[in-house]
Design a protein around this ligand. Structure first.
Ligand code: KG4
Ligand code: ZN
Length: 339
């Protein structure tokens, strides 16, 4: 089954052609960073206009690279939400038009479910169910129990910032260019993670929830203090990163103590972080739990993961091309939309 994937939920214009939810024949992503950099963050209006300008060519490009034609594909998978409404609308409208004109099935995918299926791409061995997923991106941070492709339970979520958002905001405090996550990752590699004891959030109720705003504020107060003005920025970056990873690893460990899972998955943009990957791999070796982390190009937003999710969720993802609407607040739960 050959699916064309379309992902425009935020600022990446991404298309892909994927066979059977696994073999990526092409994955094209046009990054808009240069248009947003001078504003220090994503400007929604610019993002949606760039999607309009780029998407048609991106669809043709992904088909060409895959050696496929519109006739050869078996369906179209598109991100229906959550995300920026102006960005989502561009992908959804294009996917609906293609499905309608080509008489092909249309599959609506939740962006967050897409991240959960990224570790299935280009792999011989895929995560066995049930698995525990640590989903850490710029917009979301949560722990998800994945019992089957359509049985997904959120076990814990962030009360405030997402992990990626905390990285981006802290990077900005450190004077690093946008997007800050990868820059902070690089700077931290030369710093001492034990230089500063920034706070680790521990929920009083023993839940698996996360919180990063206290940590970010504490870095800010430190940098604004007398001592912080001449601080070694690499040490601050490494200590901030150690606090984030400590919190994530503590929750992962607690989830495994409460229930049995056959594997751990780490996905979303922050899964590309080198120190988080090292921590998860060390934990995996210690506990004998297989861990699946997508390569960096599938950690961050891409359309191949959307096509993969549509393949595995086919029955519940299929929608009427005339009825689908983009939903910026799309709920995480699976809605049965079976035609
Ligand atoms: O999944 P993603 O591409 O978009 C969302 O759905 O949000 O994640 C983007 C986020 C950004 O906050 C970015 O700074 C962060 O992932 N990120 C990283 C790294 N690479 C990307 N954060 C820390 N270390 C990295 N190497
Ligand atoms: Zn994402």
């Amino acid at each position: 089954m050959l699916l064309l994937g379309i992902e425009t939920s935020c600022d990446d214009t991404a298309t892909a052609v994927v066979r059977d939810g696994r073999d990526v024949l092409s994955s094209v992503s046009t990054n808009q960073d240069e248009f947003h950099r001078k504003y220090g963050g994503i400007v929604p209006e610019i993002a949606s206009r760039r999607h309009v300008a780029l998407l048609s060519a991106a669809v043709e490009d992904s088909l060409d690279r895959a050696g496929a034609t519109f006739e050869a594909i078996d369906g179209i998978a598109v991100t229906a939400g959550p995300g920026l409404i102006g960005s989502l609308v561009v992908g959804v409208a294009s996917a609906k038009a293609l499905a309608f004109a080509l008489y092909k099935p249309l599959y609506a995918v939740n962006h967050l479910h897409g991240h959960l299926f990224a570790p299935f791409l280009d792999r011989v061995e895929t995560p066995p169910y049930p698995f525990l997923a640590l989903l850490v991106s710029g917009g979301h941070s949560q722990l998800v129990a994945v019992d089957s492709p359509v049985q997904l339970r959120i076990l814990g979520r962030t009360h405030d910032d997402a992990a990626g958002e905390a990285y981006d905001k802290t990077a900005r405090l450190l004077g690093l260019p946008y997007p800050g996550g990868p820059e902070l990752d690089r700077l931290a590699q030369t710093g001492n993670p034990k230089a500063h004891a920034f706070p680790r959030h521990r929920p009083a109720d023993g839940s698996l929830d996360l919180s990063f705003s206290g940590l970010k504020t504490s870095v800010r107060y430190y940098l604004e203090s007398e001592a912080g003005r001449d601080a070694n920025r690499a040490d601050v970056a490494a200590s901030f990163q150690a606090a984030v990873i400590d919190q994530l690893m503590t929750r992962l460990q607690s989830a495994f103590e409460r229930d049995r899972y056959r594997a751990a998955v780490v996905s979303g943009g922050v899964a590309a972080n080198s120190a988080l990957q090292a921590a998860v791999r060390a934990w995996s070796a210690r506990h004998g739990v297989p861990v699946f982390i997508p390569p960096p190009k599938y950690c961050t937003d891409n359309a191949a993961m959307i096509a993969a999710a549509a393949f595995y969720q086919q029955g519940s993802a299929r929608v009427d091309p005339l009825a689908l609407t983009a939903d910026p607040n799309l709920s995480f739960s699976i809605h049965s939309r079976t035609l």
